[in-house]
Design a protein around this ligand. Structure first.
Ligand SMILES: Cc1cc2nc3c(=O)[nH]c(=O)nc-3n(C[C@H](O)[C@H](O)[C@H](O)COP(=O)(O)OP(=O)(O)OC[C@H]3O[C@@H](n4cnc5c(N)ncnc54)[C@H](O)[C@@H]3O)c2cc1C
Length: 425
């Protein structure tokens, strides 16, 4: 079946992005490729000594940056194959969540959760354990039931939840193979309403985060109070009462970044709508977030939420000047080896920084130092400076993943400089 909204197929390597979405990473690849068949991709991988895939390029670091061949899978024949009996859908790795979501909704299905933006590719998002918010929802990788990937020797490997080491392969950092297809769990489609509430007392943070299907809290570290609560609740639930947790209701649509147009955001003010037009903050076809930014994000145990936030008070004066906005979310635990939510219900502190790497990196280091007592696990697709040994100590299955890397990619075909730093050969 052909997916709606997929980009037209093309063989032009010129269509492969030369830099990431934020523009802070210019890809160092010596050649760019856009194969139009899986066989062509397999030949490309088999004939390459160093190769990586790029998804939609929304990551902020160099894990995916190679000095060899960079390939987009966006011109492979699109696949979206819904298995109603199993409650699963198999899609092309390069498909954007936004396109998949529209298709699923027309078929009466949904994904349990989505990230803040629908622009990202399924394989790229899963590789970095991208997440949304919700105390009972895992990250997007936790919905993965199967993968098809081209391994270092050009073979096609299909794995599923019954495969040994599957839990190590899902959040694979793009380092185990090029993912051509992903099978995801689906649920019946559903409707949500989104309400924005203003000026939350920190004491009420935990209650607010657990109050609805998916909740995000925005703050700017300029005040101990929390600026906005974005409450995405099932459409048949009653709206929050006028004095909900001491907040007031926003009387017009908002954008998380002050000064940016609310038109870029999904409908608010309690207007009911389908899951995929409420769970992401940003609309497909519009610029998500600010567009001129860097991002960092840290997962700590949910039970440490208040303490982790309080630990940043001492450095709030350093954070605020380089911050566009900070978002606080929750993610349920899973079993995936490199998931930041591995065996840990999580509270997640996100930072949208100004687009100034030199000014931001020292503040990132300060934030990491303050959060260190809570064993923070950074988002794999964002900016972080954590020492590799410290990071390894925060993941019980880190060494197992390193062994899996050596097993599946013995010659280092998918290795990159940053990957080598965090997973020495
Ligand atoms: C504005 C904005 C908002 C964001 N919001 C969120 C959010 O709400 N929650 C969150 O968790 N994250 C968020 N992110 C981060 C983003 O979701 C991740 O960085 C994600 O990895 C981006 O997916 P992508 O398709 O752009 O992947 P890319 O950045 O292109 O690639 C990411 C990694 O996956 C690998 N990869 C890509 N495709 C394949 C493939 N087919 N096979 C094998 N490896 C592959 C790449 O080599 C790379 O290592 C946001 C980013 C931006 C810019």
């Amino acid at each position: 079946m052909t997916a709606q909204g997929q980009p037209a197929r093309s063989t032009t390597a010129a269509d492969v992005p030369r830099r990431n979405w934020a523009g802070n990473v210019r890809y160092a690849a010596r050649a760019f490729h856009r194969p139009t068949s899986v066989d062509e991709l397999r030949r490309l991988v088999a004939g390459s000594t160093r190769i990586r895939a790029v998804g939609s390029g929304h990551s902020f670091n160099r894990f995916g940056d190679t000095d060899g061949d960079l390939v987009t899978l966006a011109a492979l024949p699109p696949v979206v194959d819904l298995d109603r009996e199993r409650g699963q859908v198999t899609v092309s790795g390069a498909m954007r969540y936004g396109d998949l979501a529209r298709h699923l909704h027309t078929q009466g299905y949904a994904l349990a959760n989505l990230a803040s933006l629908p622009h990202i590719s399924v394989a790229g998002a899963v590789a970095t354990a991208t997440h949304g918010s919700g105390q009972t929802h895992g990250n997007l990788a936790s919905a993965v039931a199967g993968l098809e990937l081209v391994t270092a020797d050009g073979d096609l490997l299909r794995v599923d939840r019954d495969t040994d080491a599957f839990a190590g392969m899902v959040v694979g950092l793009g380092a185990l193979g090029l993912v051509t297809r992903v099978t995801l769990d689906v649920v019946p489609t559903f409707e949500l309403r989104q309400y924005v509430r203003l000026d939350l007392d920190r004491e009420a943070l935990d209650e607010a985060l657990g109050s609805a299907y998916s909740v995000s809290v925005f703050t700017d570290f300029r005040s101990p109070r929390l600026r906005e609560v974005w409450r995405k609740q099932l459409a048949d639930q009653p709206p929050p009462p006028a004095d909900w947790l001491g907040t007031t209701a926003a009387d017009a649509p908002r954008h998380p970044v002050l000064g940016m147009p609310a038109e870029n955001c999904t409908p608010q003010l309690g207007e009911p709508g389908p899951w995929h037009e409420r769970l992401p903050h940003f609309k497909l076809g519009f610029t998500p977030s600010s567009g001129d930014e860097l991002q960092s994000e840290y997962h700590v145990p949910r039970t440490a939420a208040a303490d982790a936030l309080a630990a940043l008070d001492d450095v709030a004066h350093l954070i605020a000047p380089v911050l566009l906005v900070s978002e606080l979310r929750t993610v349920a635990a899973d079993e995936l080896w490199l998931s930041p939510n591995h065996q840990r219900d999580s509270f997640v502190l996100h930072f949208t920084w100004v687009a100034d790497t030199a000014a931001v990196l020292p503040v990132v280091a300060e934030v990491e130092e303050r959060l260190a007592p809570f064993a923070p696990r950074p988002h794999w697709g964002k900016v972080f400076v954590t020492d590799p040994e410290e990071l390894a100590a925060r993941y019980p299955r880190y060494a197992d993943f390193a062994a899996l890397l050596r097993h599946l990619d013995p010659t280092g075909t998918f290795r990159t400089e940053l990957l080598d730093r965090y997973f020495p050969r």
